[in-house]
Design a protein around this ligand. Structure first.
Ligand code: IMP
Length: 441
């Protein structure tokens, strides 16, 4: 049974949490494999709103085992708070979740370093991170000597390791002019993390073994991506990216399953585009169109509360992400957000140095310079939030989705018209939007 994967095709915040929640039905395991507390997944079930950062969205389903695997970076106080808030709502997290001992730990110095790096780089070079210590933690993972993994928290040499690392980190932070580095107190950190280790201990295990056994046993597995493909450290809009492989390519390394087993990938994208933080955003609308999308889509960060930058749908970027990630079908979200617009723009190609191009350039300077080429599509100007099947959608709205499908080059499987589970239209495998529209007349 091949694993099913959900990834974002833009710069994150594509409403993946909702898709994961829907696709969790019938699954044995849900796996979170990269990123950390920089992610914010919102799941709405009836009147209940759950905001998750580390914990897989499958935690809300009884009978599903949720795994946080090696590619994730974990901030212990944050994850413990998440666990407690779910437990307060009657969810037995310890019984439903396992954490890899290989996952890296975001330590207090990582947050200080993130803030320091952010201060040292100004203007349009500033990445505008979530300041959650994600980049510095992954940097230490790659650097190895100063890294701490979840499995290290319960080792006998943990205290010594913290003392040695704090000494070095303090020197580096102080040399860079950081005034907060004085707050790093090795003994206090050791005592605090001993408590975290005890709280997490019942959940820590070798998730590689669980996953590989699950594959042998033909279990149904869902992989939940965080952030979006264009934030991928290797293949995104570098350096304005996050520090993990957030495209489809990260599923295998982050979780520890072979790539040839991942043949079913749902790419999630909004009907428009957003990004948080710095970096190129070819279709950005710093005008009334962007503000309209922000207002209608409530485009403010789940993790940081920052207003998101908003713009038109970029089909060139989405096609790149879909091809890169081996996407087999698409989920289009936030159709309802565009409902009031008389006309909608879609970027179908770029102009770079007077040439029309249909690919996503690799270098940030090219991405900054290019001009989007738009096609104007008619709006439907009708509320679609009550739609539960294609029959309930205006033909013009389906035409819009069909145009996006053709531009991205992958079949649309899901259309989301609101945050609730129920506000989702599934296009069955045998059906095409074209044949549906022809039959509807
Ligand atoms: P970091 O992951 O905190 O290092 O931030 C790097 C970049 O990725 C910044 O532009 C963030 O705004 C962006 N980013 C990180 N996580 C998310 C997310 O979950 N959604 C949207 N953007 C994100």
């Amino acid at each position: 049974m091949p694993g099913k994967c959900v990834i974002g095709l833009q710069w994150g915040d594509e409403a993946k949490g909702k898709l994961v929640d829907i696709l969790t039905e019938g699954k044995d395991l849900v796996v979170r494999y990269q990123g950390g507390a920089n992610a914010g997944h919102t799941v709405v079930i009836g009147d209940d709103v759950y905001k998750l950062h580390h914990i897989p969205s499958g935690i809300l389903n009884e009978g599903v085992l949720n795994l946080i695997t090696a590619g994730v970076v974990i901030n212990p106080p944050t994850i413990i708070e998440e666990i407690k808030s779910l437990e307060a709502r009657g969810i037995d997290v310890a019984a439903r979740m396992k954490i890899s001992g290989r996952a890296h730990v975001v330590m207090p110095w990582h947050v200080l370093e993130d803030k320091m790096w952010n201060r040292l780089v100004s203007g349009e070079d500033n990445i505008g991170t979530t300041l959650r210590g994600i980049g510095p933690c992954y940097a230490d993972k790659i650097g190895r000597s100063f890294a701490i993994r979840i499995g290290d928290l319960i080792q006998d040499d943990f205290a010594d390791r913290v003392r040695k690392i704090v000494e070095v980190k303090k020197r580096v932070l102080t040399a860079a002019g950081d005034e907060d580095s004085g707050s790093l107190d090795a003994e206090a950190i050791i005592a605090e993390y001993a408590k975290y280790a005890e709280a997490l201990r019942p959940m820590v295990t070798d998730t590689n073994r669980i996953l590989l056994d699950a594959i042998d046993d033909d279990k149904e597995i869902l992989f939940e991506g965080a952030q979006g493909s264009l934030l991928d450290i290797d293949h995104g809009t570098f350096p304005f990216v996050t520090s993990s492989n957030s495209s489809g390519l990260g599923i295998s390394t982050g979780s520890g399953v072979p790539g040839n087993w991942l043949t079913n990938v749902v790419g999630v994208m909004k009907t428009y585009a957003t990004r948080v933080g710095g970096g190129p955003f070819p279709t950005e609308q710093e005008n009334e169109h962007g503000q309209h999308i922000r207002d209608e889509g409530n485009e403010y960060g789940t993790t940081t509360g920052r207003p998101r930058r908003c713009g038109w749908f970029d089909a060139v970027a989405a096609r790149y992400s879909a091809r890169l990630g081996g996407v087999t079908s698409i989920a289009i979200t936030m159709l309802d957000v565009l409902s009031k617009l008389p006309e909608i723009q879609v970027c179908v190609a770029y102009e770079l140095d007077g040439q029309r191009i249909d690919y996503f350039p690799a270098h940030v300077n090219d991405l900054r310079r290019l001009k989007p080429i738009y096609e104007t599509l008619p709006g439907w100007q009708q509320d679609v939030t009550g739609a539960r099947s294609l029959d309930d959608l205006p033909v013009v709205a389906i035409e819009y989705v069909k145009s996006i499908e053709a531009l991205v080059g992958r079949r649309v499987e899901f259309i989301s018209v609101g945050p609730d589970r129920a506000q989702t239209i599934t296009v069955s495998e045998g059906q095409t939007l074209e044949s549906y529209l022809a039959a509807r007349g």
